[in-house]
Design a protein around this ligand. Structure first.
Ligand code: 5GP
Ligand code: MN
Length: 338
C-alpha cells in the first residue's frame, strides 16, 4: 500500500464509520479468515463493523472466532440489506469484481459508501476508492496483516485475529506448499504464532473434521479420475447422483482436484461437479508450472482465478462439458508438454 492510501485510510478510521466487510460468494478459508480478522481488528478499534457473506460456507470454517456474528445475505436478507444501505465504508476482500458476490452485487453497486478493496487476484476492476491489489501475495490474509502493519497496529493483533489470519494463509497456500509461499509469508506466520495463533488446532479444525460420507465421496471421485497422458492432464467428474449418494454437503469436494497433481508427470488437473439446482457444471482447474489455468478458465468456461488455481462453469450437461473440454486440449498440447 502506498503512503497516500495509508494516510487516507488512517483519516477514514479516525472517525466513527458504519463498516460492512464482504467476502466473495462461496467463501473459502482465505475469504472468511480475512473478513473476520479485519472485523475483529476494526471492532477492537471501536468501529462498528459487520461481515456479510453473500451465501453460506462450509462447516469446517464455522469454528472461527466471530463466526456467529456473520450475516448471511441469502438467509438474513433484510438485515443485511439494511446494513449495506447504512454503511459509510465497505471493505471487499479476496475478490476484485462485484460480479463475484452474486445477488449482493446490486446493493453494493447502489451504495454511496467509500470502498476499500484488499485482494490478490489478477485484473482488478475499478470500483473501489482505495484499491490494495497485489497478485504476488499468497493470500488476502497476508495482505490484511500488511494492512494492519501499515497502520502501525501489529501489537494489536489478538489471538482471535492471529487464528483467523493463520487459517486463510494456511488454506490459500495449500498448507505452505504453493510457490506463492515466500519467506515473508513464513515470517508473518511466525509472528501470528507468537501472537497466539494455534497452528495445530487450526489445521485440525479445517482438515480433520471429515464425516465418513466425505471420504466415500473422495473414493468415488478418485475412482472417476481419468488420465490423458498425451496432454499431461487428469480430470475427475462427480454427477449430482454421486453427490446425493454420498450425502454431499457444501465444501465436501474442497481439495479433491489437487489429487490429480500428485501424479508426477501431470501438470493440469480438473474437476467437473454437477449442480442440478443451479443447472450448471462447476469446474475447478489446477496446474503445476507455467500452464495458466486462469486464462483457460476465462477463455472457455466463463471463469478466472490465479495462474495455477482457477474456476469456471458450464451450462452444458456433464458429458457434453467433458467432451467440450477434451476437444480443447489439442490446441494446448504444446503448452502442456513444454
Ligand atoms: P476453486 O476452484 O477453489 O473454486 O477456485 C479457485 C480460484 O479460482 C479461486 O481463487 C477463485 O477465486 C477463482 N474462481 C473460482 N471460480 C471462479 C469463477 O467462476 N470466476 C472467477 N473469476 N474466478 C473463479
Ligand atoms: Mn484468496
Amino acid at each position: 500500500m502506498n503512503l497516500e492510501d495509508i494516510n487516507a485510510i488512517k483519516k477514514l478510521l479516525s472517525v466513527p464509520q458504519k463498516i460492512v466487510i464482504v467476502p466473495h460468494k462461496n467463501p473459502d478459508g482465505d475469504a472468511i479468515g480475512s473478513t473476520l480478522a479485519l472485523w475483529h481488528y476494526l471492532q477492537n478499534k471501536g468501529q462498528e463493523a459487520t461481515v456479510i457473506s453473500p451465501n453460506d460456507y462450509p462447516r469446517f470454517l464455522k469454528w472461527m472466532p466471530g463466526n456467529e456474528y456473520i450475516l448471511n445475505y441469502e438467509k438474513e436478507n433484510r438485515q443485511a440489506k439494511r446494513k449495506i444501505n447504512e454503511a459509510s465504508l465497505i471493505f471487499t476482500l479476496d475478490f476484485n469484481h462485484l460480479g463475484r458476490v452474486g445477488q449482493m452485487e446490486e446493493p453494493l453497486e447502489n451504495s454511496d459508501a467509500e470502498f476499500i478493496m484488499i485482494d490478490h487476484h489478477q485484473e482488478p476492476a475499478d470500483y473501489a476508492n482505495i484499491t490494495y491489489s497485489d497478485v504476488s501475495m499468497s493470500s488476502t490474509c497476508e495482505m490484511v496483516y500488511n494492512f494492519i502493519e501499515s497502520l502501525g497496529d501489529t501489537l494489536n493483533i489478538t489471538t482471535e485475529i492471529a487464528n483467523c489470519l493463520y487459517t486463510g494463509i494456511m488454506t490459500d497456500t495449500g498448507s505452505f506448499e504453493f510457490p506463492s509461499t515466500t519467506s515473508r509469508t513464513h515470517r508473518i506466520v511466525a509472528d501470528l504464532i507468537d501472537k497466539g495463533a494455534e497452528n495445530a488446532k487450526v489445521h485440525n479444525e479445517v482438515f480433520n473434521t471429515n464425516a465418513p460420507s466425505r471420504l466415500h465421496l473422495l473414493g468415488c471421485a478418485l475412482k472417476n479420475l481419468i488420465i490423458l497422458e498425451e496432454y499431461k492432464t487428469v480430470y475427475i467428474t462427480l454427477s449430482q447422483e454421486e453427490l446425493d449418494n454420498n450425502d454431499f454437503k457444501k465444501g465436501d469436494t474442497e481439495g479433491f482436484v489437487n489429487y490429480g497433481l500428485t501424479l508426477g508427470e501431470i501438470v493440469f488437473a480438473v474437476i467437473f461437479i454437477e449442480n442440478t439446482e443451479e443447472g450448471i457444471i462447476k469446474i475447478s482447474f489446477r496446474s503445476k508450472g507455467d500452464f495458466l489455468v486462469n486464462e483457460f478458465a476465462r477463455k472457455h468456461f466463463n471463469g478466472g482465478g490465479h495462474n495455477n488455481a482457477a474456476g469456471g462453469r458450464s451450462n452444458l450437461s456433464l458429458p457434453d462439458t467433458v467432451a467440450y473440454f477434451k476437444s480443447l486440449l489439442e490446441n494446448y498440447k504444446k503448452a502442456l508438454n513444454s
